[in-house]
Ligand binder design. Structure first.
Ligand SMILES: NC(=O)c1ccc[n+]([C@@H]2O[C@H](COP(=O)([O-])OP(=O)(O)OC[C@H]3O[C@@H](n4cnc5c(N)ncnc54)[C@H](OP(=O)(O)O)[C@@H]3O)[C@@H](O)[C@H]2O)c1
Length: 297
């Protein structure tokens, strides 16, 4: 735990780690400013105030794409638990979507299921329209739905190329544009789910990687185009969950090249997402790696 002496010539802060009782894994700092002194100015000593920085999403309206299962579901559960009204978007996982809506409703959250195939651009636009109609607006968008196909260059035909680019890049573009339009100058936040591969393109999962690289570039362009009212950040993941369809089994050869020497957890991923959505409002255009250092190797 960091500590600073009162005698520090510039500034002395007492920092305490205070996990909330609701979620012990949540490690936002409770920061108490007790003894603050600026050199060259009249000394100011005393308790200035205290802030609990645990993010509150009360009254916020969120669309997380691909939210019936896996990471999208965890993101939606976390936002709803903190007061957000949520859209549960799905394409084929209708049963999981319905069960999530029921679960959230039983916890007192407002959740609306919406189906859309993001491989069909017109349905991406309809999804935003329907979400706005259902919740009366949106101010959080998480582009999480994705397809992850293990295709090399020679295995990638035009149909596979188009499928990967449409779901992983064109849909986030259309959704972000429609999201910004309906906000009409209001404040909001977008997080695009990326992959460490997006910034280190290799020769595996080729069309997926190129689409995610485009999404990383789009993240930075959107951050400028939509400033100052809409913040846009990216979350570049490493090994968190085995690929969908591969079962729950974790193939540990994947983590041989991970400096942290382990898989990342869903809880850590949620924590990073909430930081990008509800943390310092001065953060935009950032791509945060949650990959145990994989992108460095
Ligand atoms: N899991 C990881 O370890 C990891 C690592 C690196 C990056 N990421 C990124 O993190 C995000 C979430 O990962 P994840 O593993 O939870 O994703 P995922 O399970 O592979 O996919 C999430 C959802 O995307 C939806 N989806 C796929 N094609 C769609 C389409 N045409 N239209 C609408 N929805 C479609 C699916 O919805 P339905 O089930 O309803 O069809 C699926 O449940 C993704 O963007 C992924 O690239 C994850």
């Amino acid at each position: 735990m960091p500590s600073f002496a009162k005698s520090d010539p510039c500034i002395a802060l007492n920092l305490t780690l205070a996990p909330t009782p609701i979620e012990p894994a949540w490690r936002w700092f409770n920061v108490s400013f007790r003894h603050v002194r600026f050199t060259g100015h009249d000394p100011i000593v005393g308790t200035i105030g205290s802030m609990n920085q645990s993010p509150d999403f009360q009254g916020r309206k969120a669309l997380v794409t691909g939210s019936a299962k896996r990471l999208g579901r965890a993101f939606t559960e976390a936002l709803a638990a903190r007061g957000a009204q949520v859209i549960v978007h799905y394409r084929s996982s209708s049963e999981e979507a319905e069960s999530l809506v029921e679960q959230l409703a039983s916890q007192g959250a407002r959740a609306v299921p919406l189906k859309a195939d993001l491989g069909r651009p017109e349905q991406a636009l309809t999804l935003v329209e329907q979400a706005v109609e259902a919740l009366g607006g949106l101010d959080i968008l998480v582009n999480s739905a994705s397809i992850f196909e293990p295709l090399t260059l020679m295995e990638t035909d035009l149909a596979a190329w188009e499928r990967n680019l449409t779901v992983n890049l064109t849909a986030p573009f259309l959704l972000s544009q429609a999201f910004a339009r309906q906000l009409d100058g209001g404040e909001g936040a977008i997080v695009n789910m990326l992959d460490w591969r997006a910034l280190r393109p290799g020769d595996d999962h080729l069309p997926y990687t190129i689409a995610k690289a485009g999404l990383a570039a789009l993240t930075r362009s959107l951050a400028q185009a939509l400033a100052p009212n809409i913040r846009v950040n990216g979350l570049a993941l490493g090994a968190i969950l085995p690929p969908s369809g591969a079962g729950a089994q974790k193939d540990d050869t994947i983590i041989q090249d991970v400096p942290a020497g382990r898989w990342g957890s869903v809880e850590e991923t949620v924590e990073a997402l909430l930081f990008l959505l509800g943390g310092p409002a001065y953060v935009t255009g950032e791509i945060l790696h949650l990959d145990g250092g994989r992108h460095l190797v």
